[in-house]
Design a protein. Structure first.
Length: 366
């Protein structure tokens, strides 16, 4: 666990070189694991929202590499399990709307969950000077996001050590950009001494660097997305229609960071991170038949030597991520896993039977 540092302030004038060698010389062939840590953690930047089954807390984090993150925690009053769900968000999405709905959904089911937003999702009052801004925009990467995700969870566990659960044992979720960062979160898990029992990623994009030859095909997908948007809107209830508009994060700070994030999304780092996920890791990847950017064939090649990785294609395009049926499939797999954990009384993935969790799940239904 990392040292608890409540006295530090997000206004400290320090710029940390996040590429310095680590004490243990823990390297991947293609890049170093960043060495940033939590500089400041502010609890309840918004008033906690009480529900019948639990509370939702929104916190703010600033890390030593000058990035800021919103942290949304779903805390059930009576957790049905000691394992937690952890997720990060899709590109251009805020902690509200669709992502908030996911947090509230699993919290109501009695499952602790934390959602960590993208860089810039917390509006921290960081001094704006050219060197600091250049540093912040230039060092954003999928590896940075993945490493800081772990650092934030470690810090949160120390801060809330009295809870009946921790983020030490985790079920990992992620959609689109969140799925891409998820490959790094899973790859770095051992380094951070975290037990990721299972990963359920939806439509992770660009396993390889985008090439100009792929642009015409990408343009064709843009034409199919409006059809999926119509289907999505048609499936939403009035409550959801009111709930979903805040999903997009158009705050200037978030817009700047989303633009700065684009090069790493297109760089192929998601695939490079994926290659470092342990061979025995259990992971389900959902892709869509009309979603070219997810490139399921390439993910299948990357995970060809991972016997417990299943890549499942279902109907839809990229925006089908937000369809209620997609969440329903994820929920079904998670409850199958919780049933298996209850049956075996262990969170050791090597001692769990994932056959009916995701390796042979719901073929007729999907």
């Amino acid at each position: 666990m990392k040292t608890f540092r409540p006295e530090q302030s997000p206004l400290e004038d320090q710029i940390v070189d996040s590429t310095l060698p680590l004490p243990n010389d823990y390297y991947f062939p293609d890049f170093q694991v960043p060495n940033s840590t939590v500089r400041n953690y502010v609890t309840d930047i918004k008033k906690p929202c009480a529900h019948v089954n639990g509370e939702v807390h929104t916190d703010g984090v600033v890390t030593t590499d000058n990035h800021s993150y919103a942290v949304v925690r779903g805390v059930p009053y009576e957790p049905r399990t000691e394992i937690s769900l952890g997720m990060t968000t899709a590109w251009w999405t805020s902690p509200r709307g669709h992502n908030r709905h996911t947090v509230e959904h699993f919290m109501r089911l009695g499952i602790p969950i934390v959602s960590i937003g993208a860089e810039g999702s917390y509006r921290a009052k960081i001094n704006s000077e050219s060197r600091r801004d250049i540093d912040r925009f230039s060092n954003v990467s999928l590896a940075t996001s993945a490493h800081n995700f772990h650092e934030i969870l470690d810090y949160n566990d120390e801060l809330n050590s009295e809870q009946d659960y921790s983020y030490q044992n985790l079920i990992l979720l992620g959609e689109s950009r969140g799925g891409m960062v998820g490959t790094g979160i899973a790859a770095f898990a051992d380094y951070h001494d975290r037990n990721i029992v299972y990963s359920d990623l939806t439509a992770p994009c660009f396993p390889d660097k985008l090439s100009l030859s792929e642009l015409p095909e990408m343009s064709a997908q843009l034409l199919s997305e409006p059809v999926q948007l119509v289907k999505l809107v048609g499936s939403l209830t009035l409550r959801h229609l009111i709930h979903y508009p805040p999903t997009l994060d158009l705050h200037p700070q978030a817009v700047a960071m989303n633009i700065a994030t684009l090069p790493t999304l297109l760089s192929g780092q998601a695939g490079e991170l994926g290659k470092h996920i342990p061979k025995n890791h259990n992971m389900h990847i959902t892709t869509f038949h009309d979603d070219i950017v997810s490139n399921p064939k390439r993910w299948e090649e990357i995970y060809a030597d991972h016997p417990n990785v299943r890549i499942k294609r279902i109907d839809g395009a990229h925006l089908t991520i937000a369809h209620s049926s997609t969440l329903g499939y994820i929920e079904s797999r998670i409850f199958s896993l919780l049933t298996e954990i209850d049956r075996t009384n262990t969170m050791d993935p090597d001692k769990l039977d994932f056959t009916h969790v995701h390796l042979d799940d719901s073929d007729i239904q999907q």
